[in-house]
Every structure is written in C-alpha cells, then in structure tokens.
Write a protein that binds this ligand. Structure first.
Ligand code: IPM
Ligand code: MN
Length: 372
C-alpha cells in the first residue's frame, strides 16, 4: 500500500516519541513491502516560535493533502501560566481537529497483563479491563462562543451541540459496540445540562437501529467513580468533548502509565493519530519518555487503512518489549532503557518476525475492535 503521511512532532517529548513510531512504520514497510512517504511540519509552541502561528497554513495544507496525520504532542509551560497569552500552542491542535473535521476521538483503555502490578488499582479490579472511549472532538464547550467582559471580571464558554454532531459519532460508537461486548454507555450530565438531554434523546433514538447493543446512561460524576471502582464493566463509553477529555486521562491511570495510551481522531476525509499524553516538558530531550503510546497510535493508523496483520505485528512487538522488560523508567524505575532504545527494540522485533509470524483470529478481532 502507498500512503502519504504528515508528521507533526510538535512540542516537548513529541519529536522523540514520534521518531520511534516512524521507525516502527518503516519496519512495517520493510516487512510487508509497503511504501509510506513521510513529510514533516511544525505545530504548537515550536510553530509559534518560528512563524507566530500555532498552525501555519503550510502545515494545514500538508495535513489536508496527506492520507493521515501522525501527531506527537503539544504544549509548553511558558504559555500555561500566562492567562494573557494571545496565541497558545493548543489552538494549533484544536484548529487542526476542526479544519480536518475530526469529530470522533477514539481512545482504547486496556490493561497489559505484564504491567498489572504497575497500576495503582488492585489487581482484582483491573483484570480484564478493555473499554474504548468515543469522545466527540469538534463541538461542545471547546468550540462554543467564548466571552469575557471589558473589565475582564466575567467570562463564559458556551457548550453547544446539534443533533447532527451527536448522530454521526453515536453511529460510530454503536458500530464499535456491535463488534465488541455490545454495551454502550452514554456519559452525560442530563440532570443539569440541556445539551446533555439532547445527547440522551438523540442517542436513544439511534440505539433503536442497533437492537443488539445494550444502551445505558451514567452521569459524568458517577462515571468518574465507576471507572475506578468497576472499570471492567465498561465496553464503549460515548461522551461529549470535555467529559471525554477528563475521563480518558482518568482511564489512563488504570493501565499504570499514561505513556501507553494511543488515540485515533477520525473524520469523513481525514484521520489523525496521537498519544493521549501531553508534551511532558520536564522530560524533553532526555530520551526517557515512553514511546509506546506513539507506537500504538501508529498501529491504530495501520488498522484504519485495513492493515490488520501489520498492526497486530506492531502490537505483538510492543508486548514483547514489555515482557522482556525493555521499557522506559516510567514503567520500571530501575530500567536504563532510553526512548530510542525501546523504539529500536520494537522496530527490530517487527523486522525480524515477518516470516514466522502467524495470525490468530482472536487477535484480528481485537485489533479491529479498537477502531470504527
Ligand atoms: C487531549 C489534550 C487536548 C485536549 C489539549 C492539548 C488541547 O488534552 O488531546 O486530550 O484538551 O483535547
Ligand atoms: Mn486531554
């Protein structure tokens, strides 16, 4: 397969982890005879420093022309503590999501059996956890009207949703549930918010076309609690933009490190793949950041294009690095492996295992189930 991929390393540890994902994609090209072309562009704080704009037009053009975007991370502390900053790195990512129409953000939460002891939660609670969050990504409070009065003393952010915005992601979430454990939980705050009541109405109606899927509802405060108390009960969680942002960080704790969680952002014509973690500025340039979330984002990219065998090989190679203890210090504080050494190990495992790699049906289904 030929693919044109836009690489947006971004800020902080973004470039370091993205480089490992690219190594793994190159190993996949080698092993399966594909041809991927990579083109790089700036986004975020680094783009502000270079051009004054967190998403320069040339970067957007590159992404629009590409088959998919592989994204590193965004954010820089010099903007975080300055409420008066006129431009912010995060605007680059938000604008990119909006311009590319990436309305569905898919964040799988799984527990790696080899890392079960890394979780702050008890083994009995997290065994068998396998759920996926479908987070609406281009609407809600993130994109509603923002106001501040002249004196700068009163501010507001509007949370607005249309039926259409809810319908399109709801269909994706129901389809995912149909191919998984057939359970969909809508997380909202329908006891308080009008927009949540619209979500319930629309999702309930769409649910009638998916009779095999059991639909239930949770208020977001209760959901935050259940994700810690009973995470194995969840299958597909569907929710609006900000609740999804918060719950996915919470979900990442279950697996023991936020450095493990990948995500796909999907639209009608474009797709972007990125770790759910941030730019981790304290680790920038130290070669200690965990590259696995970025590598697993590349696996989601492969699945998006129907390359299931390739994606599975990437996942198996990640499993092998965990089994053999070739991990960064966030997973084992005695480990001396660097970001690039972990990337090399996983890429070599991909290259070497092409001949004796056997597909197994169960895993194919698992691979498929992580995406639409
Ligand atoms: C995420 C991030 C972004 C978000 C930030 C960087 C704008 O936290 O992808 O979860 O809030 O969506
Ligand atoms: Mn977030």
């Amino acid at each position: 397969m030929n693919l044109k991929l836009a690489l947006l390393p971004g800020d902080g540890i973004g470039p370091e982890v993205l480089a490992q994902a690219v190594k793994c994609l190159q190993a996949v090209e080698e092993a399966f005879g594909h041809n991927f072309v990579y083109r790089e562009a700036v986004v975020g704080a680094i783009a502000i420093d270079k051009t004054g704009d967190p998403l320069p037009q040339s970067t957007l053009d590159l992404c629009q022309e590409a088959d998919a975007v592989l994204f590193g991370a965004i954010g820089d502390p010099k903007f975080d503590n300055d409420p008066n900053a006129k431009v912010r790195p995060e605007h680059g990512l938000l604008k990119l999501r909006k311009e590319l129409g990436l309305y569905a953000n898919i964040r799988p939460v799984q527990v790696f059996p080899t890392l079960i002891d890394n979780s702050p939660l008890k083994k009995e609670i997290i065994t068998g956890v396998d759920f996926v969050i479908y987070r609406e990504l281009t609407g809600g409070i993130y994109f509603g009207e923002k106001k501040i009065n002249e004196a700068g003393t009163v501010a507001s952010d509007l949370c607005e949703y249309s039926e259409l915005e809810i319908e399109r992601i709801a269909h994706l979430a129901f389809k995912a549930a149909k191919n998984r454990k057939k359970r969909l939980t809508l997380v909202d705050k329908a006891n308080v918010l009008e927009s949540s009541r619209l979500w319930r109405k629309v999702v309930t109606k769409i649910g009638q076309s998916y009779p095999e899927v059991t639909l239930d509802f949770l208020f977001v405060d209760n959901a935050a609690m259940q994700i810690i108390l009973n995470p194995a009960l969840f299958d597909v969680i569907l929710t609006e933009n900000m609740f999804g942002d918060i719950l996915s960080d919470e979900g990442s704790v279950i697996g023991g490190s936020i450095g493990l969680l990948a995500s796909a952002s999907i639209g009608e014509n474009n797709a972007l793949f990125e770790p759910i973690h941030g730019s981790f500025p304290q680790a920038k340039g130290k070669d200690i950041a965990n590259p696995i979330a970025s590598i697993l984002s590349a696996a989601m990219l492969l699945e998006h294009f129907g390359l299931f065998e390739e994606a599975m090989l990437v996942r198996h190679s990640v499993d092998k690095s965990l089994e053999k203890g070739v991990v960064t210090p966030d997973l084992n504080n005695l480990s001396e492996y660097t970001t690039s050494q972990v990337g090399d190990f996983i890429a070599h495992t991909i290259e070497e295992s092409d001949d004796d790699f056997n597909m197994n049906d169960e895993n194919i289904d698992l691979g498929k189930s992580t995406i639409i």
